[in-house]
Design a protein around this ligand. Structure first.
Ligand code: PEP
Ligand code: MN
Length: 259
């Protein structure tokens, strides 16, 4: 492995590292400005520092909503600035990388691009912290190699994200691979965050999967939230409301302290 010592990813006053636990929350896709303002305001009240939302969406179906593009980047940046939050948003192609770089604080590389090696090399060169999601068909060795594509370009600010893998089980959209968390923590010096939303694909088990991730040693949790989950533009089924988020967030902080 190319990683010799613990990496502290400093973003303003926050550090994402193997010794910390950070929450990232927001809608699947960047929504309109009124809804984004409501979400950002809520996160600020909760003391959550990172807002997420995709402007370029890598959708399985070409007929699904593909994201607001630059307009979406403008909206998420504007509400983040208003409430002093940091932006996590995805670049899904070398074509939108420069734009995403301009408007974001952390660049997300999605599951479907986890082995897009040219994109990995290019995103590394932006010098932004990178949230690298595990390819849903990748084993941990392959996932670590993807991270090393970035590290090799001299960008060590990499956050690994477990978001579930494809298995024969079909009661969830993907299977959250809990073991990946302690294993990645042993094999790398990078922070590991868990994304129960995309693993589950259903909102009723997000709470339990979050606590399981923290118990397994996750350094962060990314959740899809919306003031009215049933009208979210995308991934509505796995999106939780503010009240649920509040409870999960509070319990998570208590749990992190005792483990
Ligand atoms: C997302 O985080 O919005 C997303 C598309 O996730 P994934 O790449 O894990 O499917
Ligand atoms: Mn989503």
């Amino acid at each position: 492995d190319k990683f010799e010592k613990g990496i502290d990813i400093k973003i303003d006053t926050t550090i994402i590292s193997q010794n910390n636990m950070t929450f990232i929350a927001g809608p699947c896709s960047v929504e309109d400005k009124i809804i984004m303002d409501e979400i950002a305001h809520f996160l600020k009240e909760q003391n959550v520092f990172f807002i997420r939302g995709g402007a370029y969406k890598p959708r399985t179906s070409p007929y699904s909503f593909q994201g607001y593009g630059v307009k979406g980047l403008e909206i998420i940046r504007e509400v983040a600035n208003k409430y002093k939050l940091k932006v996590v948003t995805e670049a899904n192609s070398e074509k939108n990388l420069e734009m995403v770089k301009k408007y974001s604080d952390i660049i997300q590389i999605g599951s479907r691009n986890s082995q897009n090696f040219e994109l990995l090399k290019q995103v590394a060169k932006t010098d932004k912290p990178i949230l690298l999601k595990r390819g849903f068909m990748n084993n941990l060795e392959e996932f670590i190699y993807s991270a090393e594509y970035i590290a090799k370009e001299n960008n060590k600010n990499i956050i690994l994200c477990e978001r579930g893998i494809r298995t024969f089980e079909n009661s969830t959209r993907n299977t959250l691979d809990i073991s990946s968390i302690p294993i990645l923590k042993r094999r790398t010096i990078l922070p590991i965050i868990s994304d129960p939303s995309h693993a589950a694909g259903r909102r009723d088990i997000i709470e339990e999967l979050t606590y399981a991730s923290i118990a397994a040693g996750a350094n962060g949790i990314m959740l899809e939230i919306h003031p009215k989950p049933e009208i979210a533009i995308s991934d509505s089924n796995q999106t939780i409301d503010f009240r649920t988020f509040e409870r999960i967030y509070k319990n998570s902080q208590a749990l992190f302290k005792i483990i």
